[in-house]
Ligand binder design. Structure first.
Ligand SMILES: Nc1ncnc2c1ncn2[C@@H]1O[C@H](COP(=O)(O)OP(=O)(O)O)[C@@H](O)[C@H]1O
Ligand SMILES: [Mg+2]
Length: 391
């Protein structure tokens, strides 16, 4: 069985409604119960910042800082999250820290990452120690909203396994913006776009684009294999695929050919993209397609409850894949999941979490929902930005 990576001590400073929090935990799942607005989701959000990216609310960094009743976001100071991890790596605990630090001199603020107190070059460094994945009530609409959220969901699945993917994506996006800016300037009667510069940008887009599409395809293939191995009854089996020009091209062509063909499409599409005001073709427009295997039906056409069950099954499969590939299960953040499940499914979810040997953090307003976990988990009561006690 994969060894466990777990948070054993969590500290929050000026984080949303937490002034200062110290929480000692062991490797078992953590159950947080308390009334609406107590700070349960905030605590999960804090943990989600231990992975690269913007956390589970995709908040701006300044928004997170604990607000005094009347201060505006620019007047607020920084925040910090620190977690000591028991980890099989090197056999000694490691402390991961991240937060917003404000430089008093210049007044600028930036996200910092520290590993055992030493500044890391980038957020990507966090991914080497820990994978964090989550399921929140906001994701209930994933299958019925536009492709953007699903693409982000897919990319998060990828970079939990391959932290490098995050860098590929952000480079791709910044080069895409630069190309768009040049084309727009020319279209609006400004300086004609320098064709040599456009060539260089498109070459870069093609290289990053192929890497992004290939990483997504790889993840989806592995996920499909994991889903096939273990059916998470009573949860439905999700089938996953990607709709996207580059991903589809990679199914039949070697990477170099796909790269060259995308480069040519970009070049010949300049006028069209200028008119549209955006690059119409590329991995930034791909979509994740999920369907219900048993019902042979796209997730969007399933009931709300079935959609939720599909998401849970996908998350469990992803967690198992991470456990197999990384050697330890990810930290799982399951916000308000128990509330939507009947008893059988709730208990099946708990059993799956225990079988994964994952430190899952589960929230809910009612402690009774977690009764079946009893001493297989540690239970805390959250009240008004404080942990009021161990239940
Ligand atoms: N930056 C912030 N500073 C202080 N309080 C905040 C901040 N952001 C959110 N909150 C407060 O946190 C509370 C919500 O916490 P949350 O974790 O979502 O509750 P729940 O326990 O229902 O999940 C709300 O009362 C909200 O006003
Ligand atoms: Mg909440």
């Amino acid at each position: 069985m994969a060894s466990i990576v777990a948070v054993t001590r969590l500290a929050l400073t000026q984080f949303r409604n937490y002034d200062g929090l110290r929480l000692d935990t062991d490797g078992r799942p953590v159950v947080l119960t308390g009334p609406n607005g107590a700070g349960k989701t905030n605590l999960l959000e804090a943990l989600s910042f231990l992975a690269p990216g913007r956390g589970l609310r995709r908040a701006s960094l300044a928004e997170v800082t604990r607000r005094p009743a009347d201060a505006s976001p620019d007047e607020r100071g920084g925040w910090a999250v620190s977690a000591r991890l028991a980890t099989p790596k090197a056999g000694v605990p490691v402390t991961l820290g991240t937060g917003l630090e404000r430089d008093e001199g210049s007044g600028t603020a930036r996200r910092v990452v520290r590993i055992d107190g030493r500044p890391a070059k980038s957020q990507t460094a966090l991914g080497a120690w820990l994978a964090v994945i989550w399921l929140t009530p906001q994701m209930d609409r994933l299958f019925i909203e536009g492709p953007g959220e699903r693409r982000r969901f897919l990319d998060r699945l990828v970079f939990a396994l391959q932290p490098e993917h995050a860098r590929q994506l952000s480079e791709f996006e910044s080069v895409l913006r630069e190309r768009g800016r040049l084309l727009k300037e020319e279209r609006d009667g400004g300086r004609p776009a320098d064709p040599v510069w456009l060539d260089a940008l498109e070459e870069k887009l093609a290289a990053n684009g192929v890497a992004i599409a290939a990483a997504r395809r790889d993840l989806v293939a592995r996920l499909a294999a994991t889903v096939g191995e273990v059916a998470d009854a009573p949860f439905p089996t999700p089938l996953v695929a990607i709709a996207g020009s580059m991903e589809e091209e990679l199914a039949g062509a070697p990477a170099l050919a796909a790269e060259e063909s995308y480069r040519q499409r970009l070049k010949s599409g300049r006028r069209r993209d200028a008119a549209a005001g955006m690059t119409l073709d590329g991995p930034h427009r791909s979509d994740l397609m999920v369907s219900h295997a048993g019902k042979r039906r796209p997730a969007a056409d399933c009931s709300t409850g079935e959609q939720k069950a599909l998401l849970i099954a996908l998350t469990l499969a992803h967690a198992r894949l991470l456990a197999a590939e990384r050697g330890s299960a990810p930290i799982l953040l399951l916000d308000e999941i128990a509330a939507h499940l009947d008893r059988t499914r709730r208990e099946a979810l708990f059993d799956a979490v225990i079988a994964l040997n994952a430190q899952a953090w589960l929230t809910g307003t009612d402690a009774a929902w977690f009764e079946a976990l009893r001493d297989r988990a540690q239970h805390f009561s959250v009240q008004d930005g404080r942990i009021e006690g161990k239940l």
